[in-house]
Design a protein around this ligand. Structure first.
Ligand code: NAP
Length: 459
């Protein structure tokens, strides 16, 4: 081994350790930022190690790639707004997966015939996972951005068609694996994999995209790990495997928090037809005016804010922090209740509230905060709906039966901030809004919170 190879292996070891600590850091909001820095450090070490330890054919391409990648990365980091984070992440997966697929095509063109069988198998996986993740992630980004219709696109026999496509891809893979000279099967496999990515994602509604994206993230990671096997590159194998399995674990956790199974998300077409399973919900929704709501908050001892998707769309995170601070100045104890799937991506509420400098110590997870609702004077629901729907707990026939909820209906009183009678992601009516303890404050969440803060000042 030459000195530069030693250096490369040492940087790979450092990068791998940094990636592991980065993941550990990202498992908690308080250490997530540090985790990201560690991951960046790891990636930097891996790039430097590769550039020093590998035989570089032409620097021109590398510099061009670095420049283009850095410009796109900086654009995505600086100009893409926080609310567009899910589609931004989908684009990142598409780029990562495309890179893996292109490296695979390059390796096939140059080395396929002399490759050991095992390595050629890894190359096949790299191509299939890379290509299907590329198109799947692009469709996901398009749906989330509203460029493609967000509703599930379904037709009769769709699962059978998908199965046929998958089998065709698998046959091409086996032929290419056993006969490397059969170039046509290699490129057919590549083409089918691109098509399969599209077919996998179009039947899924945009609201389920976050789960799909973390699955695609997992595929992109596994594609990178397969690339690592093809190139005999240890850091790619380690980072890809970490990415692959953490993405899969995240998908499972999200499904658990929504009380859904992964197969239901992938093949169920949730959102295609909205089943009404809370037909007996009825009564009147009691409205409250701003002054009365402000009075209730100002004279409360304990208030819990419950943010949801509406807080994100209204960009009301700063407004809620300002109101909370105002209440705290008056001696009110204020907490925030965070549901694991509130919003449209994991950690959505944590990210938004962190952006508004809400202290982490004020954020409480579902299990911690639920026992506190009965002793809470006012629970303020801000653009949340499904995650506070008591039907999930009380009505076994409900579409969301069994989904763990924030039990705001157990608070002494509830104020719900929403624009009108709009339903949540599940499309179900919410009996919470009809309970005697609940009052509705209609309007855009940001404007309601801003006006509430002004009104509290005058109490
Ligand atoms: P939700 O059930 O989607 O309800 C959001 C509510 O916000 C709506 O009822 C809407 O009512 C209101 N709203 C929208 N814009 C608003 C605005 N500008 N100001 C005030 N209110 C506004 O939200 P959620 O309770 O956060 O639940 C999240 C749902 O998404 C769950 O069903 C979860 O399973 C699903 N999901 C989450 C994830 C994730 O990772 N977080 C992933 C996939 C699916 P109006 O129209 O009347 O205002």
């Amino acid at each position: 081994m030459t000195l530069s190879t030693y250096f490369m292996e040492a940087t790979y070891l450092i990068a791998s350790i940094l990636f592991v600590f980065a993941l550990k850091g990202m498992s908690h909001p308080e250490t997530a930022r540090r985790g990201m820095f560690l991951a960046e450090g790891g990636m930097f070490a891996a790039i430097v190690g590769t550039l020093v330890g590998t035989h570089i054919v032409t620097w021109g391409w590398i510099i061009a790639g670095l420049a283009i990648g850095s410009i796109i990365g900086a654009w995505m980091a600086i100009w893409v707004p926080m609310t567009a984070m899910p589609q931004r992440t989908a684009l990142s997966h598409a780029f990562g997966a495309l890179a893996a697929a292109l490296v695979g095509v390059g390796e096939f063109t140059v080395h396929a015939s002399e490759m050991p069988t095992v390595t050629r198998g890894a190359l096949g996986f790299e191509i299939m996972l890379g290509a299907l993740t590329t198109t799947g992630s692009l469709i996901a980004a398009g749906k989330l951005q509203g460029l493609i219709h967000g509703k599930p696109i379904q037709f009769k026999g769709q699962n059978a068609v998908n199965l046929a496509i998958f089998l065709a891809m698998a046959v091409c893979f086996v032929v290419f694996w056993t006969h490397p000279e059969a170039t046509v099967f290699f490129y057919t496999m590549l083409g089918i994999a691109f098509l399969f990515g599209v077919m996998l994602v179009i039947p899924i509604g945009s609201a389920d995209m976050p789960v799909v994206m973390s699955l695609l993230n997992s595929y992109a990671g596994l594609a990178a790990a397969a690339t690592g096997f093809v190139l005999s590159n240890n850091v790619l194998i380690i980072a890809g495997t970490l990415d692959g399995f953490s993405g899969f674990i995240l998908s499972v956790l999200m499904c658990k928090a929504m009380n859904r199974s992964i197969t239901n998300v992938l093949f169920g077409g949730f959102g295609a037809v909205v089943a009404e399973s809370s037909a007996d919900v009825g009564g009147v929704m009691r409205e409250i005016n701003l002054e009365d709501a402000a009075m209730q908050l100002a004279f409360a001892n304990r208030v819990i804010f419950v943010p949801g998707y509406g807080l994100a769309t209204a960009q009301a995170q700063h407004a809620v922090r300002e109101l909370a601070e105002m209440l705290e100045d008056r001696g009110v104890t204020v907490k925030y209740a965070i549901h694991p799937v509130a919003g449209r991506m994991p950690g959505h509420m944590n990210v938004l509230l962190a952006e508004a400098n809400v202290p982490y110590s004020s954020l409480y997870e579902m299990d911690q905060i639920n026992p506190e609702f009965p002793s809470t004077d006012v629970a303020v629901v801000i653009g949340a709906n499904d995650v506070v729907n008591p039907d999930a707990r009380d009505n076994p026939k409900s579409l969301i039966a069994g989904m763990p909820i924030l039990e705001v209906d157990r608070a002494k009183s509830v104020i719900v901030l929403k624009r009108g009678q709009g339903r949540g992601f599940s499309g179900l009516e919410n009996p919470l809004f009809f309970k005697p303890c609940t009052a509705m404050l209609y309007g855009d969440a940001k404007s309601s919170l801003t006006h509430l803060a002004q009104a509290v000042q005058h109490v």
